[in-house]
Design a protein around this ligand. Structure first.
Ligand SMILES: [Zn+2]
Length: 273
């Protein structure tokens, strides 16, 4: 599933279509459109004013105070094409733009959503108001992280996956962050020390920035808008590394389930609190 670095990579690539108008929309998967496919017609003739990200959501602000919010879920991603010809087998939607570019949306699993909304309603409709702090923003200070975890109880990894605390982290980066911070993913957050929070704060930023720098992690389907794989999967230290040797201490990496997700970690390097 695309996480913050993968969505951020798409957002950066898509800046080339800011300022262009949407001339036509075709779709063979109407159920992806919220509230319904008919609403997509409200986007015709609208100009793309900005493309930004919030957590794992991609937000197109359009003229006429319209907003299109894309959520990739399992396998969604945009591709930039020079013609209407589908670049991939699973193109579900295509936006013809005024510069001759076709913004195609691929989604093998068909779980992705495209929500058409007005400027003043989209945050509430798409539940963006419920999301936690953005870990790559300046506002993500150590104090902000501690505040977000204040009075929270449970396993560290489960809380990292909770989008209402820190936004944008999924299964891959959660494992990498716990490894980087030298914290066992099943640590109780109520037992974390001040130093643990410092390590966690640094690890969250380092791992997400590394993911963005490497243009995302391709495990399965994720590609950028040119159809190219990311590179971050080549330098993962924890995610799916169970059974392999820890890159730091050489002991065998282990696995367990947390929030129904397979979690890999080094029991020697990662302290349990
Ligand atoms: Zn180790």
């Amino acid at each position: 599933m695309p996480e913050l670095p993968e969505v951020e990579t798409q957002v950066r690539d898509l800046q080339v279509v800011v300022g262009k108008k949407i001339l036509a929309i075709t779709s063979d998967t109407h159920k992806a459109w919220k509230p319904n496919f008919a609403a997509s017609q409200q986007l015709l003739g609208k100009k793309i004013l900005s493309i930004t990200r919030r957590a794992k959501y991609l937000i197109f602000k359009l003229s006429g105070e319209m907003v299109l919010v894309a959520h990739f879920r399992m396998t969604g991603h945009f591709l930039l094409a020079k013609s209407a010809k589908p670049l991939e087998r699973f193109i579900r939607h295509s936006f013809q733009l005024s510069n001759g570019v076709f913004l195609q949306f691929s989604d093998i699993r068909k779980f992705a959503t495209l929500t058409v909304c007005t400027e003043n309603a989209y945050q509430k409709v798409c539940k963006l108001v419920e999301l936690g702090i953005e870990p790559l923003e300046k506002s993500f200070t150590l104090a902000a992280l501690q505040q977000a975890f204040k009075n929270k109880k449970g396993m560290l990894k489960a809380l990292l996956l909770n989008q209402t605390i820190v936004a944008g982290i999924g299964n891959i980066y959660a494992d990498e962050i716990c490894f980087n911070a030298k914290l066992h993913p099943a640590s109780r957050v109520e037992n974390l020390t001040q130093q643990d929070f410092k390590n966690l704060h640094k690890a969250i930023q380092q791992e997400l920035r590394k993911g963005v720098k490497n243009r995302g992690t391709t495990i399965g389907e994720y590609v950028d808008t040119r159809g190219k794989h990311g590179k971050n999967q080549l330098s993962l230290r924890a995610y799916k590394q169970h059974g392999k040797l820890c890159g730091v201490c050489g002991k065998t990496m282990q696995k367990m389930k947390i929030s129904q997700r397979t979690t890999s970690f080094c029991a020697h390097c990662q302290q349990k609190r």
